[in-house]
Design a protein around this ligand. Structure first.
Ligand code: FAD
Length: 314
């Protein structure tokens, strides 16, 4: 069976959910092999085994995580050289950087923002800010595919993977950009925006920083992450790290609630692959209503608190 390499996305000792989605996908394409870069594999081993890789390559050398992207690329290049049928990474900022560099090294092709892959490696991906879904296949070499978090339904398949310790002799080029400091953002109680299965976002219609409590109230009732439009983050009402859209984060949750957001193309680019979209907007002509599954025309300051109260009762 063809080997499908999956780069495990992990940080601060926590494996990102997208890694398990990638393993689920890899199993439908061939024999999944997880690739762990850096120290700390032991603590994550059981969780990774739940998603059925046949093998785990562990490159435990801490040096690999001290430089930007390139060491991981060199490691994946070495592993892919053993005849892998494809390499899957998460379509995050870092994942996409690794994917692009790796495809150049492998002299193959890269597909990003992928939301599905067929067994013959045809990728469905979201392009031009999600306004077009296209199907594409890399026709030369080992395809490198960056898959969007939350695009693949998780399916466990517990197993006992073979673990192989691996190492790579880094080139001077790989040591070109050293990480000197990492800013760890406070995690808070809410789920990570890009991984959350429910996201509640507020826009200019929220009207001010203080009013975001209304959005947070609904989010907390649903166990959701909070997002914001650029109008809201630019106004300083909510931190930029929560911006959803073309120049913000891409989310693809089961449920996306947009309150007081008009639905500009740049906002849609970050959320329109959400499974179910609900909008609350007082303007019945707001463009967001063109893509919603459920739309509520009304004042968010009436509707959102009522919704929060109703859900809390259940
Ligand atoms: P508006 O468009 O002003 O819409 C506010 C909405 O709230 C209106 O529809 C109004 O009817 C409704 N409303 C007002 N009061 C209430 C109320 N009380 N109850 C209910 N509804 C109410 N935008 C992003 O979001 N993310 C991006 O990443 C992004 N990147 C961009 C990149 C570029 C290069 C450019 C040029 C723009 C980008 N933008 C982005 C900005 C984008 O074009 C829009 O300006 C922005 O999305 C508008 O935000 P909004 O919907 O919150 O505000």
């Amino acid at each position: 069976m063809a080997e499908i390499l999956v780069l495990i996305d992990h940080a601060e000792g926590e494996v990102k959910k997208v890694s398990f989605e990638l393993l689920t996908l890899a199993r439908s394409l061939g024999e999944a092999s997880a690739v762990w870069v850096g120290p700390g594999y032991e603590a994550a081993a059981d969780k990774i085994a739940e998603y059925g890789p046949a093998k785990v390559y562990v490159a435990a050398d801490a040096e690999l995580t001290q430089y930007v992207a390139a060491p991981t690329v060199e490691l994946l290049q070495q592993l892919a050289g053993n005849g892998a049928a494809a390499v899957l990474v998460a379509a995050t900022g870092e994942g996409k950087e690794i994917a692009g560099r790796l495809a150049v090294r492998l002299d193959s092709g890269v597909l990003t923002d992928v939301v599905g892959v067929t067994p013959d490696l045809v990728a469905e991906h979201s392009v031009f800010g999600g306004s077009i879904i296209s199907h594409a296949k890399v026709v030369k070499g080992t395809p490198v595919i960056a898959v969007r978090p939350n695009a693949i339904a998780l399916e466990a398949a517990p197993g006992a993977p073979a673990v192989e310790q691996v190492s790579v002799a880094l080139s001077d080029a790989a040591k070109g950009a050293k990480i000197t400091d990492r800013v760890v953002q406070e995690k808070g109680e809410r789920p990570d925006l890009t991984e959350a299965s429910v996201v509640v976002s507020g826009g200019r219609g929220v009207g001010g920083a203080e009013n975001f409590k209304v959005i947070e109230g609904l989010a907390d009732t649903l166990g959701a992450a909070v997002g914001a439009s650029r109008a809201a983050t630019d106004a300083g009402w909510y931190p930029h790290q929560f911006q959803v859209g073309q120049t913000g984060k891409t989310v693809s949750p089961q449920l996306y609630v947009a309150a007081g957001i008009s639905g500009a193309i740049q906002h849609r680019a970050g959320m329109q692959t959400s499974k179910t979209i609900v909008a609350i907007n007082k303007d019945p002509e707001a463009p967001i209503f063109e893509l919603v599954d459920f739309g509520v025309v009304g004042d968010l300051f009436q509707i959102v608190p009522q919704l929060t109260e109703e859900i809390t009762k259940r």
